[in-house]
Design a protein around this ligand. Structure first.
Ligand code: ADP
Ligand code: ZN
Ligand code: MG
Length: 525
């Protein structure tokens, strides 16, 4: 199979996502008062409504409607005041009602969008953006200083309910194949879910991954879900098709179901794009089918071929009155909107003078936001001055530390925001070099001590005494007259040699900035 990069030169990938998110922060189910609790004793949170007993009447959960309106407002959707619930025919034992309550053609939230900032290696997947000048736009893409921004349309966000959970006994690994009997746990039946559907506006696996990441960080900020991809409270289906570059018509798509990590979303789509290209280039045909991405085998396999449109016999639920959301209700929800990641990034740029790149990436993650904001607060009057080194600390050292571990809660470590400020102050005062700062960072985490204490104990203080450094510089130059001559004849690369010699004499504790400066003065005079 060809590589993604090669395939995308000839073919354009068209991707749309369907994202399911369980509203895990609610206390009760969508249409009854049963408690929502993960991992409870089976069938202890059920009632006539979620068990579908005849005559039991559903009552919508107001808090759930608030949650979906929050999600819609945060993703630039229009809030539809008049919508209703539908019944979708569904015959399977995990749903005792034999139908799923969901929404019809009009959902609570319609027609939104999100802008993705794509930069670094991820931007390379989208070809040709580099040919544009900053600010230029093509299709949904605008060239930015360090990459591009892509606008992704959101078709709708609708409300529906989850099914119960089947447990198969006697088969291998709990699978239905070979099972002697199956049990069903209705605790999850009726859990409120929102489903967000995008327009087919994504063009690379990286854009799909970034979209999911951005959505997750928005939903987390809204506090409507724990958005755990491992536990399944956030899942994505990736739809993808190919068309020849320049073509406007959509190709036949395949759908990757229930993707449970960002990496799997990226890698599954990348594989599927390459697979489809191979089939098409060999004169074959893509069938509209559902496929499963197997991360260990690194391939997708067919689950289900779609020959005709499914007929779910959808009709308005006669037990649930149509909605008439009031302006007051919508405005009361709008008033609860917290500061969203994009707004945070704009504020970091405006008030703290961060670059757009740094601001965006800080605002990407909870732990970088929490650290950076608390550190700026602790820095008081010096926040603007120290914002850049604090951002570097958050994006480099802290991010590397968190990513290297498994589920590290950085806020619970010994490296508090106050210690972060102390560290960047030492750096700003040239008391330590940036290399030493890395060592201090690791030592604070390990030994739970203030940066200054570690610097003292390890005798790390960088020598920034101009007189002392000048003496060393003079000595090094005097010891190497031939190299000095070569430098003055144009071999300026020797600067590194001189700096290295000075550092060696000073046991690595000389201030590199000052050494460079003094060497420059003396050599160029
Ligand atoms: P289906 O009827 O198969 O569920 P939908 O029209 O509801 O298809 O779209 C489901 C998702 O697939 C949406 O995110 C949409 O943007 C995306 N999509 C639709 N057509 C295509 C296509 N040809 N290629 C890629 N994605 C597509
Ligand atoms: Zn119930
Ligand atoms: Mg669909």
């Amino acid at each position: 199979m060809k590589k993604l990069e090669e395939v995308l030169r000839d073919w354009e990938a068209v991707i749309g996502l369907e994202v399911h998110c369980e509203l895990t922060k609610l206390h009760t189910k969508m249409f009854c008062g049963c408690k929502l609790e993960f991992g409870a004793e089976p069938n202890t949170h059920t009632c006539p409504v979620c068990l579908g007993m005849p005559g039991a009447l559903p009552v919508p959960n107001r808090a759930a409607i608030e949650n979906i309106v929050l999600a819609g407002l945060a993703t630039n959707c229009r809030i539809e005041k008049h919508t209703m619930f539908y019944r979708k025919g569904y015959m399977y034992p995990d749903m005792a009602k034999n139908f799923q309550t969901t929404q019809g053609p009009k959902a609570f939230c319609m027609g939104g969008w999100l802008d993705l900032a794509v930069d670094g290696r991820g931007a390379e997947e989208r070809l040709f953006w580099k040919d544009l000048a900053a600010g230029d736009a093509v299709e949904n893409l605008t060239r930015t200083a360090d990459g591009y921004s892509a606008r992704v349309g959101i078709t709708r966000i609708h409300m529906e309910e989850d099914a119960g959970k089947m447990v198969h006994i006697g088969g291998g690994e709990g699978r239905i194949a070979g099972a002697t009997h199956s049990l069903v746990d209705y605790n999850r039946a009726g859990t409120p879910l929102i489903e967000l559907v995008t327009e087919p506006d994504l063009r690379t696996p990286e854009e799909a991954r970034l979209f999911m990441q951005k959505l997750r960080s928005i939903f987390l900020t809204l506090g409507i879900s724990d958005c755990s991809m491992e536990e399944g409270s956030l899942r994505a289906d990736g739809n993808v098709s190919l068309r020849r570059r320049g073509s406007e018509t959509l190709g036949v798509k395949t759908e990757l179901k229930n993707i449970n990590s960002f990496k799997n979303l990226h890698d599954g789509l990348a594989y599927e794009i390459c697979r489809q290209a191979e089939v098409l280039e060999e004169g074959g045909q893509i069938y509209q089918e559902t496929r499963h991405w197997d991360p260990s085998k690194k391939c997708t396999i067919v689950m289900r071929v779609k020959e005709t449109a499914d007929d779910y016999r959808m009709f308005p639920d006669p037990d649930l009155a149509p909605y008439d959301l009031s302006d007051e209700f919508i405005e009361s929800v709008r008033a609860k909107l917290p500061e969203l990641p994009d707004q945070k990034a704009a504020r970091y740029e405006r008030d703290l003078g961060l670059s757009s790149y740094d601001a965006r990436h800080i605002a990407d993650n909870r732990f970088t936001i929490d650290f950076f904001e608390a550190a700026c607060e602790a820095a008081g009057d010096r926040a603007r001055e120290l914002a850049k080194p604090l951002a570097n600390l958050a994006l480099n050292d802290i991010t590397a530390y968190v990513n290297a571990g498994d589920g590290i809660d950085f806020a619970a470590t010994a490296f508090t925001p106050t210690r972060g400020v102390q560290l960047v102050v030492l750096l700003a005062e040239d008391a330590i070099s940036s290399k030493q700062a890395k060592e201090v960072f690791a030592a604070v985490l390990e030994e739970d001590k203030d940066p200054a204490a570690i610097v003292e104990e390890r005798g790390m203080r960088q020598v920034s005494d101009t007189g002392a450094i000048e003496a060393v510089v003079d000595q090094v130059l005097a010891d190497n007259p031939d190299k000095v001559q070569q430098y003055r004849d144009g071999k300026t690369g020797l600067m590194g040699f001189f700096v290295g010699q000075c550092m060696k004499v000073m046991g690595g504790q000389g201030n590199p900035k000052l050494i460079n400066q003094l060497l420059g003065q003396k050599l160029d005079s």
